[in-house]
Write a protein that binds this ligand. Structure first.
Ligand SMILES: Nc1ncnc2c1ncn2[C@@H]1O[C@H](COP(=O)(O)OP(=O)(O)O)[C@@H](O)[C@H]1O
Ligand SMILES: [Mg+2]
Ligand SMILES: [Zn+2]
Ligand SMILES: [Zn+2]
Length: 687
């Protein structure tokens, strides 16, 4: 018999762990067992807000400083539960506000009596955020740290299994069974065992109508002996699950005439009324309204302002009192987080409605704007449109970036005081630096536009248009930025949310700006690809250094070709220096600087490498590009037939674009043609 290898051992451990977890999740016990659990780990008795807060923290938080402000990034919003599929990007400030409100609710500072209202423009990820909270709550309930319990009634206390157990229909907290007179003492005892800096564990209410009925019947039967009553109690772990309608609810109002309170608070079970003889017997009632089933967890109200006014008031009551009123039954306690969301247009429509006054009072409104950080916007589209998700089509470099740039630009306000363009402001927000701009300036820019992000183009629009461009037959095997930008432009004329012509016009202008930016980017890339010939640059550099040396020491330069002694080539030196804006009056200084540096290196026995001097490298690259641009006759690409020699050079450049910049053959050819056409146009703009 051999020994088990490490793999086999690990496998055994893994299986055991699962088994352990399984046992924990399926634990059942008596009431006394539960009290023991609570005393050991008081957190099992926390309320919905407290559990939500702990769930969020359990995924960790990263603190950071940006533009002299402190921020926190809560990892739960990276959607760890689903491998990032629902990750929210660039919204740390509003998400911090959301978490702070959950925290204050957990500590019982009043927020727990309000509806958390996510408010923002269409497609700003409000539903996504609610989904993350719901999924997180579900998964947390399956973990050791997130454990919670509920109970049922055994028909006779001699039994053991779960046969015939009637589970509390609202899966309430077993501590509800503690008689009122004893509650204070019990909770004091529980809180003695919690961290004094944390929140207090508080009672979450009394028995639901169903359990109250059984409780009273048993009390009568046992002549008021509570001890004997508890022998009927079976406690079990409660696993929250939206699919099973346990602890996680979602409510979407249908059209206004069709709303019925039973959808929220449950309904009579007509078949059972006959059995129990009366419609006020809780056993003849289905406690399956959305607010009932979401007890202990979280409920999401989609388009909450579409709720019929009467229900809206009920709901406001539910959040304020933590009580609901099922038909024919007294008020019933609930313990759940209520999150609603509404679109900005919907909210505005009701602004002057008197209902809104009450509503505003009883909700915590958290604005969820669109993201305004360019590179975060890129992540939104990069998640869906990448090599892994898209097969059969290539997405040309910068396609996603340019689409994202436009999306962000539509959301920004024109800078008021500062002497910068909108595009520059966008880049500052994206973390780029701009000469003369400090972090404080960026902070000021943000502060002068507090509503920024509440208007503009939604990510959904961009996602749809990129998809359109991808499925179009006439886009060939590669989709490039122009195709998407054109798609974005075409869609503007029938965009349902753009109601004013001037906005349409502005969005079109912004598209032009983006195309301009794109032009600069590809020109730069082609330039780099053409001048990526290191040998040629090194040669040019050697030539330049020979000349400035001769110039500095008033010597001659030996012409390698003719063997003659020539004067330093002033034209060559200047043509390089001009590329980095060194003026005639500054040229001597610059040349001396370079010479000093080379001399210092020589003393250490080192050789000069142009790559160590960023400015000189740039100057050399630009000069080489200028020379080569003509020699490979880029411009000839646009019109005439290309000769063999030129074609070879072009293929080398294309190869570099593919290798270094992720182009495919199609888009590499496209941008070479495009850049060629820019030069053919005689565009002399230098960057
Ligand atoms: N800041 C963001 N980060 C990640 N994805 C986002 C962001 N904003 C919007 N989205 C994406 O846009 C789409 C619309 O989001 P959704 O949650 O339905 O918006 P809402 O409920 O606010 O209308 C989703 O695909 C979502 O992933
Ligand atoms: Mg939504
Ligand atoms: Zn109950
Ligand atoms: Zn391509």
């Amino acid at each position: 018999m051999g020994f088990a290898g490490p793999e086999a051992l690990l496998e055994i451990i893994r299986k055991k762990q699962d088994l352990q977890g399984y046992r924990e999740r399926h634990w059942t016990g008596g009431f006394a067992d539960y009290v023991e659990i609570v005393l050991q780990n008081p957190k099992v008795a926390r309320n919905g807000y407290q559990r939500l807060y702990d769930m969020i923290l359990s995924h960790g938080v990263a603190e950071y400083t940006r533009h002299h402000e402190k921020y926190a990034h809560y990892h739960i919003f990276d959607d760890p539960v689903d491998g990032g599929r629902d990750a929210v990007f660039g919204l740390d400030p509003p998400l911090m506000r959301l978490v702070n409100n959950v925290k204050s609710a957990a500590f019982g500072y009043g927020t727990e009596k309000r509806i958390l209202l996510l408010h923002g423009p269409v497609g700003s990820s409000k539903s996504t955020i609610a989904r993350i909270l719901k999924k997180g709550t579900e998964v947390y309930s399956t973990t050791k740290e997130g454990a919670l319990y509920t109970y049922g009634w055994r028909p006779d206390f001699t039994g053991t299994g779960q046969d015939g157990v009637q589970w509390c229909p609202m899966h309430e907290e077993p501590l509800h069974l503690v008689p009122l007179e004893a509650q204070e003492t019990i909770y004091a005892e529980i809180n003695r065992r919690t961290d004094p800096r944390g929140y207090r564990i508080v009672p979450t209410g009394n028995l639901c109508p169903f359990c109250r009925k059984i409780y009273q019947d048993l009390m009568t039967q046992y002549d008021g002996n509570w001890e004997r009553l508890t022998r009927h109690i079976v406690v079990r772990r409660l696993i929250l699950s939206e699919k099973d309608r346990v602890g996680i609810g979602t409510f979407q109002p249908k059209d206004e005439k069709n709303q019925d309170s039973t959808e929220l608070t449950g309904d009579l079970n007509y078949r059972k009324i006959a059995e129990y003889g009366t419609d006020s017997d809780p056993r003849a009632f289905n406690f399956d309204g959305e607010l009932n089933i979401a007890n202990r967890g979280i409920i999401e109200f989609i388009e909450i302002l579409k709720l019929d006014v009467a229900f809206l008031y009920d709901l406001l009551g539910a959040s304020q009192e933590h009580k609901i009123k099922p038909k024919k039954f007294p008020q019933t306690d609930i313990d759940e987080v209520i999150v609603g969301h509404t679109n900005e247009p919907e909210y505005k429509k009701l602004q002057n409605n008197e209902l809104m006054e009450a509503f505003r009072d009883r909700t915590v409104k958290i604005d969820i704007p669109y993201n305004t950080v360019w590179k975060e916007e890129v992540k939104i589209y990069g998640r869906d449109f990448n090599d892994r998700q898209i097969t059969g089509k290539h997405i040309a470099p910068h396609t996603i970036e340019m689409s994202a740039m436009w999306a962000v630009l539509t959301r920004l306000e024109e800078p008021k005081k500062a002497q910068i363009t909108l595009v520059q402001k966008m880049k500052l927000y994206a973390g780029k630096t701009l000469p003369g701009f400090t972090e404080d300036n960026v902070k000021e820019l943000r502060e002068e536009a507090p509503r920024e992000g509440m208007e503009g183009i939604s990510p959904r629009y961009i996602q749809d248009k990129i998809s359109n461009a991808l499925v179009r037959d006439d886009t060939g095997s590669c989709v490039n930025p122009f195709m998407v930008l054109n798609e974005l432009e075409a869609g503007l004329s029938h965009h349902s949310l753009i109601t004013r012509e001037e906005i349409r016009k502005r969005y079109r202008e912004l598209l032009t700006m983006v195309k301009q930016e794109y032009e600069d980017v590809v020109k730069n890339e082609v330039q780099k690809a053409i001048s990526a010939d290191e040998e040629a640059i090194a040669r040019l550099c050697g030539n330049y250094v020979d000349n400035i040396k001769a110039y500095t020491f008033h010597e001659k330069v030996r012409n390698k070709f003719t063997g003659q002694e020539d004067d330093p080539d002033e034209r060559l030196m200047r043509s390089i220096e001009e590329k980095i804006d060194i003026s005639e009056s500054r040229k001597d200084d610059f040349r001396r600087e370079v010479m000093n540096y080379i001399a210092a290196l020589a003393l250490e026995g080192k050789q000069f490498d142009y790559k160590t001097n960023e400015r000189l490298q740039k100057a050399l690259e630009l000069k080489l590009f200028e020379d080569q641009k003509d020699s490979i006759k880029l411009t000839s690409l646009v019109s005439s037939v290309v000769d063999k020699d030129t074609q070879e050079k072009i293929d080398i450049v294309k190869g570099r674009l593919i290798k270094n910049y992720a182009y495919c053959d199609v888009c590499a050819t496209d941008i070479l043609n495009y850049v060629a056409s820019i030069f053919a146009r005689g565009d002399s703009k230098q960057r």
